[in-house]
Design a protein around this ligand. Structure first.
Ligand code: PMP
Length: 285
């Protein structure tokens, strides 16, 4: 059975799911996307993902040619058509085909694509023992240049940092903003525990406001763990008791080494473990 992809208004076999070479999504990374996950047949925080997709599109003056209701149905239909109960969904809206020039006004037919698949971002061993990460020299792009709050098809900033991580033998890399403050990792948000308090950079540090991040902040609140947004430096990370990353694909993953500094005792800490359990209960419960 070939994989079925939702393209614009219907499901088509993978080999028929094609975009034009003139699509500005391909030519310029002009478009937006989302990554969602379904657990036991239910998409986690579908509305929040759709809201963020629509906000990203609004920020780049792209009109998504269908309603949120239709998009929600497309997500569920694509999962069902591919027999996926526990799956990962990639939602893409491109600017559409145009001329060989930047002008978005000279494009037509934005392409709406929904891909459903399975995902295992990091090996299981990393969830048990914790990740080692390094700081990338590539800074997070400044919001005055391009807001990191837009989940756009232009991810080269993150890919450049990811390459640095991979070259250092790490699967994730830390990104700082232009002020040298901690922003996020290339595809995940970051949290630390300091003096028993959970801290994470605020949206204006230059992050994508992660849906997993927000869920973990709510879980911390429910668990009576003091959690707040704070400006963080690398020093705050190096001297933290615990550190972990969050993301739709990654879920919650401990970090035990940053730039060669052991975090806490070098094993996933109690608050990380508690929030990992609570997150699993939330998404699977
Ligand atoms: N930051 C970046 C740059 C991301 O691309 C992502 C999504 N992979 C995240 C953070 C995490 O966001 P979410 O929890 O909504 O997946």
């Amino acid at each position: 059975m070939p994989r079925l992809i939702f393209m614009n208004d219907r499901l088509v076999p993978e080999h028929e799911a094609r975009v034009s070479v003139f699509d500005h999504g391909l030519l310029y990374g002009d478009g937006v996307f989302e990554g969602l996950r379904s657990y036991s047949g239910r998409v986690f925080r579908l509305d929040a993902h759709l809201d963020r997709l629509w906000d990203s599109a609004k920020a780049i003056c792209l009109t998504i040619p269908l309603s949120k209701e239709t998009m929600a149905k497309a997500v569920n239909d694509t999962l069902a058509a591919n027999n996926l109960v526990d799956g990962y969904v990639r939602l893409i809206v491109t600017r559409g085909a145009g001329s060989l020039g930047l002008d978005p006004n000279r494009t037509r037919d934005p392409q709406v694509i929904v891909i459903a698949d399975t995902i295992a971002l990091y090996p299981q061993e990393h969830y048990e023992k914790g990740l080692r990460i390094v700081t990338a020299a590539t800074q997070r792009v400044q919001s005055a240049a391009l807001s990191p709050r837009i989940k756009s098809l232009n991810y080269l900033n993150n890919i450049m940092a990811k390459l640095e991580g991979l070259q250092a033998g790490c699967v994730e890399a830390l990104m700082l903003n232009h002020k040298g403050e901690v922003a996020e990792c290339t595809g995940d948000n970051i949290f630390v525990v300091r003096a028993g308090r959970l801290l994470t950079p605020p949206p204006d540090a230059g992050i994508l406001e992660g849906i997993t991040r927000n869920a973990v902040m709510e879980l911390a609140h429910s668990a009576g763990i003091d959690c707040r947004e704070a400006t963080l430096t690398r020093h705050d990370l190096y001297t933290a008791e615990e550190c972990f990353l969050t993301g739709t694909a990654a879920e919650v993953i401990p970090v035990v080494d940053i730039d060669g500094r052991t975090i806490g005792t070098g094993v996933p800490g109690p608050i990380t473990s508690r929030l990992t359990r609570d997150f699993h209960a939330l998404v699977r419960g």
